[in-house]
Design a protein around this ligand. Structure first.
Ligand SMILES: C[S@@+](CC[C@H](N)C(=O)[O-])C[C@H]1O[C@@H](n2cnc3c(N)ncnc32)[C@H](O)[C@@H]1O
Length: 240
């Protein structure tokens, strides 16, 4: 059974995830940086550096949300970045941010589903995703379509929460993630489910070698996993 935000609703995971991110879109950036003490920003920066040697010119940022990973990827000096997301609310916040920072000529945000990308095969030099793959309704389908639109030799760089394995980080993190974060998230976002869904979805999601196995299954080679901050998050890399 897929982990969904609103357990009493009938809609599938994709519709529920889009609804949840629409609900929290206005508070998303604030809560992200507040709840992670700003560490999420350093994780995205580190992930982007994994592509520095490749100098990708055309980058696709899947599940771009409010565009933070796409904005970090500008450090690679690409010609263009396209960000896609299923949540109109998140995209609207992202577009406001890009306009304010005068970045809207370099990053284009489009409505788009990772499982049905409207791009031709072999188009992008790099495909990136931060904190998105855990929310896919069908992980394999999403990763397969990312592989399809990537140029041969191109890389995907994925950042996602993982589960710390060692004492005392494992226990401290579990307590914070299960008891503190949902309370703060609920008060600030006014969505009762979003920040309960977060730890639940992380718990159910494959991490480390298990995630690499899925990347390999859909065709990626030279796969690597780089744990970040005691394994709270990990960077995954794969090549077409
Ligand atoms: C936690 S946010 C991450 C946003 C951004 N990448 C970041 O690092 O802040 C997850 C995003 O994934 C999007 N998402 C979930 N499933 C998706 C799918 N199938 N296709 C495209 N976007 C999806 C959600 O709408 C949401 O905006």
């Amino acid at each position: 059974m897929a982990v969904v935000p609103y357990k009493d609703k009938q809609e599938g995971k994709k519709e529920q995830v889009a609804e949840m991110f629409n609900n929290i879109s206005k508070k998303y950036d604030f809560l992200n940086h507040f709840l992670s003490l700003g560490i999420d920003i350093t994780w995205r920066k580190k992930a982007v550096k994994m592509l520095a040697a490749d100098k990708p010119k055309l980058i696709l940022d899947i599940a771009t949300g409010t565009g933070d990973f796409a904005i970090e990827a500008l450090a690679l000096n690409p010609d263009k970045i396209i960000g896609v997301d299923i949540s109109e609310g998140m995209l609207a916040e992202g577009r406001k941010k890009l306009k304010k920072r005068k970045l809207d000529d370099r990053i284009e945000l489009q409505t788009g589903d990772s499982e049905r990308l409207l791009f031709e095969d072999n188009k992008f030099d790099a495909v990136i995703v931060s904190f998105g793959v855990r929310n896919f309704e069908n992980l394999e389908k999403g990763l397969r379509d990312m592989y399809r639109v990537l140029k041969p030799g191109g890389k995907t760089v994925i950042v996602e929460f993982s589960k710390p394995k060692k004492f005392p980080m494992k226990q401290g993190y579990n307590f914070y993630f299960k008891y503190i974060l949902p309370q703060i998230g609920k008060i600030v976002s006014k969505d009762n489910a979003a920040y309960t869904y977060l730890p639940e979805s992380v718990q159910a999601f494959p991490d480390g070698e298990d995630f690499l196995a899925v990347l390999k299954k859909v065709g990626f080679k030279n796969t690597q996993c780089k744990p970040l901050t005691f394994g709270i998050s990990s960077i995954y890399i794969g090549q077409k």
